[in-house]
Design a binder for this molecule. Structure first.
Ligand code: PMP
Length: 417
């Protein structure tokens, strides 16, 4: 299979073998076969630079942050706050105070639902979500809606796995208070036209939260260009540690939002008569955070930026095209999610074989994929399947690994036919 000349040009200079050498976990065999890690949508592996940053931090600089008068606390605080600057640059946020560290995308969305939602969304108000949201961008809104008596409206998905944008436009009404929308779908791979969708919402004076969990590692994100009001992502999906994530929020909105969790570090004064709260971002960072996770996240962003997101996007796009053609040639394989704009995710069902069986047989071959509903049960319902098998690609995957996947799927069919 030959790549289009344009794709070759776009990916020339992307030295995947050199990148693979940065990831120690990839240098192993699973069940006697070289590991082929195609579960990047669930979590990505870590380069040595991230492992070293976390390990060196614990070995040399670790202490609790803020208010410490001793050297280690000052060093740890500098590392933690330096990472905030790093994330600000990564997202091109206008102000470092717009960056809040959370435990991940899930916590970031819950923060907005409870703080912003609790204040601005009430009885009879409406929240717009889409049919392709991860459960973490559905359930927090359901909890809020049940509590305050709000209603959730859902943008339908077209047969190829895109959003129905006419339906989206028609969902706005006088009671619409928020749109919360996935940037890249983890179950379908669809890249949504979020910039245009933000413009539509803003034309109705409705703010927008973007769930960037599957986007940040695959495409450059500029929150000012996107115009979104909130943006959430997780460190572990961008080659950083798990347990750490980010909520970007526009400063005017954050300033007006009440705290959502109380504790140390989020206050200005505390008395039994009443307490006063710190300004953002600290108002939303109660308790001792995942300090080493923040350090690891900054190292991961350094790593990804050194490789370069535009070339990562071009490389992965080429790989997706190659993989789509290769698996598409397998009789009995049905891709779920064939929208024109996609990130490097292949979700499929195969010859009536249960996706868990596909995943188990592929594991014998050293190939790691995911099987299940991908925390997106409404997507499964929309496409009339209980589960899919999903291969999701990252910066270290190769065409040779796609070939191994295709051979593995051949074995799956032999075993179950
Ligand atoms: N949104 C999307 C689109 C996701 O893919 C995921 C993780 N699978 C999440 C949200 C939740 O991320 P986390 O579990 O890191 O909070």
């Amino acid at each position: 299979m030959n790549a289009a000349p344009q794709a070759v040009a776009a990916t020339a200079g992307f030295d995947v073998e050199r990148l693979r050498a940065d990831f120690p976990i990839l240098q192993q065999e699973i069940n006697g076969k070289p590991l082929v890690y195609l579960d990047n949508g669930a979590s990505t592996q870590k380069p040595q630079a991230v492992i070293d940053a976390v390990s060196n931090f614990y070995a040399h600089d670790y202490a609790n942050i803020h208010r410490g008068v001793h050297t280690l606390s000052e060093r740890a605080t500098a590392a933690y706050e330096g990472a905030r600057d790093r994330v600000q640059r990564f997202l091109n946020a206008a102000d470092r105070r717009e960056i809040i560290f959370t435990s991940g995308t899930t916590e970031a969305i819950n923060l907005v639902a409870q703080s912003f939602g609790g204040q601005k969304i009430g009885q009879g108000d409406e929240i717009i979500l889409t049919g392709m949201e991860h459960h973490s961008n559905i359930v927090p809104w359901q909890l809020l809606a049940e509590r305050v008596g709000a209603t959730i409206k859902v943008v339908p998905i077209t047969d190829d796995g895109a959003l129905d944008l006419d339906a989206y436009t028609s969902l706005f009404g006088p009671r619409t208070r928020l749109v919360s929308l996935v940037h890249v779908s983890n179950a379908l791979g669809t890249v949504n036209p979020v910039q245009a969708m933000v413009e539509t919402a803003h034309a109705h004076d409705v703010p927008v939260l973007l769930d960037g969990a599957q986007a940040v590692a695959h495409t450059p994100v500029d929150v000012q260009a996107l115009g979104c009001d909130f943006y959430a992502f997780s460190g572990h999906k961008i080659y950083g540690p798990s347990g750490i994530g980010v909520l970007y929020g526009r400063r005017e909105l954050l300033e007006a939002m009440p705290p959502w969790q109380g504790g140390g570090d989020m206050i200005t004064t505390v008395a039994f008569e009443g307490s006063t709260y710190a300004a953002p971002p600290y108002r939303f960072e109660a308790g001792t955070p995942h300090i080493a996770g923040v350090v690891g996240l900054a190292a991961a962003l350094d790593y990804v930026d050194a490789v370069g997101l535009p070339s990562i996007a071009a490389y992965e796009h080429d790989l997706l095209d190659y993989a789509t053609t290769a698996v598409g040639e397998l009789p009995g394989l049905r891709l779920i999610g064939t929208a024109p704009e996609k990130a490097a995710i292949l979700s499929f069902v195969f010859d009536g074989i249960h996706p868990h069986d596909i995943g188990t047989v592929l594991d014998f071959e050293g190939i790691a994929i995911r099987a299940g509903h991908h925390c997106a049960m409404p997507v499964m319902t929309r496409f009339g399947v209980a589960a899919t098998a999903r291969a999701s690609f990252g910066i270290y995957n190769t065409r040779a690994e796609v070939d191994t996947l295709v051979q593995g799927l051949g074995k799956v069919r032999e075993m179950f036919s």
